[in-house]
Design a protein around this ligand. Structure first.
Ligand code: ADP
Ligand code: MG
Length: 454
């Protein structure tokens, strides 16, 4: 039984437990913070990280519920034994630890995300060219790191994967590392625990990371934990001095990366920063055409429809592709002779159009609020009740309500799926604070100013 198979089984169990609606959201969160370590002689070893989880799992009804779901998924009866996360390593043979380490640092690339499948246009050609060039000419002083920044859905991740796919094919001798910065943080934090499940020490992870020829970090804005920034900084310097090529993406210009220390940001500025913008009309159309390439017979779409999509949805290529998929999907249901503009407009009538450049959206409000407070999306969506975070949420709720008349439910969805009652009390709290707290009132005004300047 491989380690990853246990992960699959455990995910299935947790999904079923969640769907049963047996537990409250809070309890569920604790339960989910567990792993199935192994099943041996009908004993399932489940590891927990905190005593709260242990207490919850030890409750008779919880235990019974999980035992029965697990037995069903596993295919025969098991009993559950709880072990503390940090003790798992002791139960693990050396080679398994090694296997985990390798698995952890092994990178796979999405095969669809290649240079060939990437449509070039004015808005992205510089980024495209830099990524392609670095594949054949790594680590030259001028272009290291390459930093690609721009809004979500504009092809940053696609380009990093394209580098990975290209190198795998053309230069298989190169070691390539790719990670979302959030995942990298988990790897590092895990390594910092002296007895960690993967058996990695910080030194070991560091030495593995610096051996790479290419180091691709996606969404660097999420590298917010101080302790991991520290490690990242040394790994980064070592990689540069060894002549490795570093490519980083971010959702904002390096200078605006509030959560990162200046010494890191100034390192990023030493290379080449390239903005990737939203595709112009022609590029958007070419992207759509690329998507239907080879399937023209099966899905006949009028040119006018492509124009319509390219005009309406090109703010975010993910939405652009999504709108096309939606049309094709509906065409398979209704089977029209051809997808024409009437069909398209009818199907896409209810899509939220976030295209107009100056149109204020809830996302823009969120961005402005987090920027103003120097927070990340994770912070504002998370559960911490620190005053600064609470205030940031109140400002966000207040402005979404006042400026966009958003429903509490949809504001809640933007805020880590908070309940609408929580949002409505947050709004009331904001109204109070505006009357009684000058600082809060100023914050609201400042954020509003930021939004108007945009
Ligand atoms: P980001 O990382 O910037 O948020 P992604 O790289 O995930 O964006 O891109 C979102 C989707 O749009 C992906 O499916 C990607 O393949 C597609 N995409 C973005 N830009 C292009 C492009 N220029 N040509 C083809 N597909 C693109
Ligand atoms: Mg991305």
């Amino acid at each position: 039984m491989s380690l990853s198979s246990y992960e699959v089984i455990w995910k299935q169990v947790l999904d079923q437990v969640e769907q049963s609606n047996f537990f409250t959201e809070d309890t569920l969160r604790w339960i989910k913070n567990t792993t199935l370590f192994k099943i041996e002689n009908s004993i399932a070893y489940i590891s927990y990280r905190s005593m709260v989880t242990k207490t919850i799992l030890n409750k008779e009804e919880t235990k019974n519920m999980i035992t029965s779901v697990l037995s069903e998924v596993w295919g025969s009866n098991v009993t559950i034994q709880l072990i503390q996360y940090k003790d798992m390593e002791k139960l693990m043979p050396e080679e398994e630890i090694q296997q985990r380490t390798n698995q952890l640092l092994k990178c796979t690339f999405n095969e669809e995300y290649t240079f060939e499948n990437f449509v070039e246009g004015k808005s992205n050609q510089e980024a495209y060219a830099a990524c392609l060039a670095c594949c054949n000419q790594r680590g030259t002083h001028m272009f290291n790191p390459i930093m690609i920044y721009g809004n979500s859905g504009l092809g940053k991740t696609h380009l990093l994967h394209a580098i990975g796919n290209y190198l795998k094919e053309e230069r298989p001798e190169c070691n390539v590392f790719y990670a979302y910065s959030g995942d990298l943080v988990s790897i590092l934090i895990d390594a910092m625990k002296s007895k960690n499940v993967h058996g990695n020490t910080v030194d070991k992870v560091k030495s593995l990371l610096v051996q790479n020829d290419y180091f691709l970090i996606d969404d660097i804005q999420n590298l917010t934990r101080e302790s991991s920034q520290e490690i990242f900084f040394t790994v980064y310097n070592e990689l540069i001095s060894r002549g490795a090529q570093i490519v980083i993406t971010s959702d904002m210009h390096p200078n605006e990366l509030n959560g990162l220390p200046t010494r890191l940001v100034s390192r990023f500025n030493a290379g080449l920063s390239i903005n990737i913008g939203k595709p112009e009309f022609e590029t958007s159309k070419a992207i759509l055409k690329k998507k239907i390439e080879g399937n023209e017979e099966a899905c006949q779409i009028e040119e006018e429809v492509l124009d319509y999509l390219a005009q309406k949805f090109s703010n975010d290529v993910r939405n652009l592709e999504g709108s096309l998929n939606r049309l094709i999907f509906n065409a398979t249901l209704e089977n029209p002779d051809v997808i024409d503009i009437n069909f398209a407009q009818r199907i896409l009538m209810n899509e939220v159009i976030v295209n107009e450049n100056d149109e204020l959206t809830i996302k823009k409000i969120k961005k402005a609020v987090t920027r103003f407070y120097g927070l990340t999306y994770k912070d504002i969506e998370g559960k911490s009740r620190q005053k600064k975070l609470m205030n940031a949420r109140h400002v966000f709720v207040y402005l979404s309500r006042e400026l966009l008349h958003k429903a509490y439910i949809s504001i809640g969805q933007e805020l880590g799926n908070r309940d609408h009652t929580t949002i409505s009390s947050s709004y009331e709290r904001a109204c109070q604070l505006i009357k009684n707290d000058v600082n809060f009132k100023m914050a609201v005004e400042k954020v509003q100013e930021m939004l108007e300047k945009k």
